[in-house]
Design a protein around this ligand. Structure first.
Ligand SMILES: [Zn+2]
Length: 339
């Protein structure tokens, strides 16, 4: 090898090294694109996620988001079941909206930041600490959205259908219009159930018996499409027979939720207790340790963080009703939250 060859050889070697390095970089580029996926790559969902301040949280049970086919979108201005109709038929607001982006009661500097930048998860966690249970007096989630969104101009974060399907209609960060004075600090759910009554008139129309003599939900003949996702689903109250109980001192009758609803509600509640840890897995209790069956005073409500029935917030309401099994839900949630 003559000295005159050195530069050429060195040049070739350098070129080879550079080529290998380039190939490695390219390979590395393919295999490890950094924190993001590749453009156009599908980011799969499992179908059990809820959305809290833009973050996905698994629940372990089926969830249909407002983004999904078959979902119920509370952000839409036009009515779902009559798209030519922009405004609710019985609106509570002059504007064709059913929720607020802003939750009141924040410290001034935090409020200014949220107005400017929107909610982030930790800010929402510091503010939202109540989960309010309702029954929908509609019977199914499809009918509930029709009444709540299209007709009344209201909203709720979640709906729970007879077969245990959870529908999320907007991000938990939004201030949904479902529980009056509790809207600023709470997330809410409407549970499909026709409700509690002083007599059996309505209940006799909505419940019957199967061939084996067991109680089942029998939707009225003129009910129309049910929207229930599970084909041929037969809804059975978890407890056989009507449940009698007292709320606000009034004796009421109601059929229980389905087992599918309890299972899904427990998973959703546990998920929210994790995502928004200000929500404690307990309901208001009296001195004897029993879940209260009356409304809280303004001060008690202000000091309470956890699970509420609508009736705890206002004396005008009795939902989720006397059949709602608080201890089953709370015990189930606590079991799931155990490390
Ligand atoms: Zn309610």
């Amino acid at each position: 090898m003559s000295p005159s060859n050195w530069p050429r050889h060195r040049g070739a070697a350098a070129c080879l090294i550079t080529s290998v390095a380039c190939a490695l970089v390219l390979l590395a580029g393919c295999a490890a694109p950094g924190p993001y996926g590749r453009p156009g790559e599908l980011s799969p969902r499992l179908g059990d996620e809820i959305v809290v301040a833009g973050q996905f949280f698994h629940t372990g049970t089926p969830v249909v988001l407002w983004l999904d086919p078959g979902g119920y979108d509370a952000y839409r201005a036009e009515c779902k079941f009559d798209p030519n109709q922009l405004r609710p038929s019985k609106p509570v607001s002059d504007a064709p909206i059913r929720y607020s982006t802003f939750r009141r009661g924040l410290p001034e500097d935090v409020a200014a930041r949220v107005r400017e930048e929107g909610w982030d998860l930790s800010t929402l966690q510091a503010h939202v600490d109540q989960f309010v249970y309702h029954y929908d007096v509609c019977g199914t989630s499809r009918k509930c959205f029709d009444v709540l969104h299209d007709r009344r101009g209201l909203s709720v974060h979640f709906m729970l259908d007879l077969d245990g399907t959870i529908y999320q209609t907007l991000d938990a960060k939004e201030r949904a219009w479902h529980a009056g004075q509790a809207n600023d600090r709470s997330v809410g759910i409407e549970i499909a159930n026709i409700g509690a009554y002083r007599d059996m008139k309505v209940l006799d129309q909505w419940y019957g018996q199967d061939d084996a003599g067991r109680t089942i939900v029998t939707l009225p003949a003129d009910f129309g499409p049910t929207g229930i996702r599970t084909p041929n689903f037969v809804a059975r109250p978890s407890r056989e027979g009507v449940v009698e109980g007292v709320i606000h001192g009034r004796t009421l009758y109601q059929y229980d939720l389905t087992d599918e609803q309890y299972d899904a509600l427990i998973r959703l509640t546990a998920t929210l207790c994790q995502a928004l840890p200000g929500i404690r897995p307990d309901a208001p209790r009296d001195a004897a340790g029993n879940v209260r069956m009356d409304e809280l005073s303004d001060q008690e409500l202000a000091e309470f963080s956890g699970l509420l029935g609508h009736y705890h917030i206002t004396k005008d309401k009795v939902d989720p009703g006397p059949a709602f099994d608080w201890e089953r839900v709370i015990a189930g949630v606590r079991k799931l939250l155990r490390p």
